[in-house]
Design a protein around this ligand. Structure first.
Ligand SMILES: Cc1ncc(COP(=O)(O)O)c(C=O)c1O
Length: 291
């Protein structure tokens, strides 16, 4: 696992992560009353920053919080964190909490000052083995709440579901609800059948993934048919290819599902094309303005 980089941002200050302190009365600690983003940084440039910040603002609005910083202000914070941590490939974590109060009230009082926190973690290249052999996934029934579109730090169900995968020697738990695919515990799932890339539509039941949108855009470039529509459990289990999409790794191929080979058990031809297009796209953006 990659270690966090030394400098973080907390409420306007840049300081050593080891010295950063937040009150235990912060509502993020007491209630998980906070939202977050995870933004990859390639060649010193935050990737899809506007899309991540737009989603952060949508999450904030959904929990009835005002945006505490503008996009250019967040961009400046990100650039300074990247620079102070050496400019390497990394990912930034941004968290906005509702703040603290002297007490513990479910219904928050007006006028709280949000806590703003961000830090960086180095991002090593995806191990070749994962790209050559793919990863295993298991399935499980959804146990999460009904507002999965909010990128909330209240991730208890997600972490329990992810742990099921790790306990089974797998990488991800793919979630099913009433016989249909929703997403992975921390990933968007794409299913390839007969040359068409399918992904469940956005809505309250899934997080609108930023990487998912990149995959959809690159499908156009590659002249691949892609389709945002409901995916049944049967379609998932008979897929030619299954991909996981998430900010820190782009896309990864799933080659075993619940112990059974997906397709011929190797990363498929469309995965290879999409992955190459993804890497090219991140390189194309190097040196361009982040917003
Ligand atoms: C539940 C869930 N779905 C999907 C995703 C993928 O989103 P993104 O591509 O923006 O990383 C994540 C990422 O953390 C996630 O936690």
């Amino acid at each position: 696992m990659s270690a966090p980089l030394p400098t973080c941002y907390l409420n306007g200050a840049y300081l050593p992560l080891a010295e950063a302190r937040v009150s235990p009365l912060d509502r993020a600690f007491l209630f998980g009353d906070a939202v977050y983003e995870v933004i990859p940084v390639y060649a010193g440039r935050p990737f899809r920053l506007r899309e991540h910040l737009d989603r952060l603002n949508r999450s904030l609005a959904a929990i009835r919080m005002a945006a505490p910083r503008s996009h250019p202000e967040w961009a400046a914070i990100c650039q300074r964190l990247i620079a102070q941590n050496g400019g390497q490939d990394s990912y930034l974590y941004i968290q906005v909490t509702r703040g603290g109060e002297l007490g513990r009230n479910h219904a928050w009082p007006d006028g709280l000052t949000p806590t703003l926190f961000a830090y960086a973690t180095s991002l090593d290249a995806t191990p070749e083995k994962l790209l050559d052999q793919g990863v295993a996934a298991i399935t499980a029934e959804e146990t999460r709440w009904t507002r999965r579109d909010i990128k909330s730090t209240a991730l208890l169900a997600n972490i329990l579901l992810k742990k099921l995968a790790v306990d089974a020697g797998a990488f991800e738990t793919i979630l099913l609800e009433k016989g249909e695919l929703t997403e992975g515990s921390s990933t968007t799932v794409h299913v390839v059948s007969d040359g068409v890339v399918h992904t469940p539509p956005n809505g309250h039941h899934v997080l609108p993934g930023t990487t998912r949108d990149v995959v959809t855009e690159l499908a156009v470039r590659l002249n691949l048919s892609s389709n945002s529509s409901r995916v049944t459990e049967a379609q998932l289990r008979s897929a030619d290819e299954i991909w996981l999409a998430f900010a820190t790794r782009g896309i990864l191929p799933v080659t075993r599902l619940d112990g059974t080979a997906v397709g011929n058990g190797k990363p498929g031809p469309l995965f290879k094309r999409m992955h190459a297009a993804f890497v090219d796209y991140t390189r194309e953006l190097a040196g361009t303005p982040p917003l």
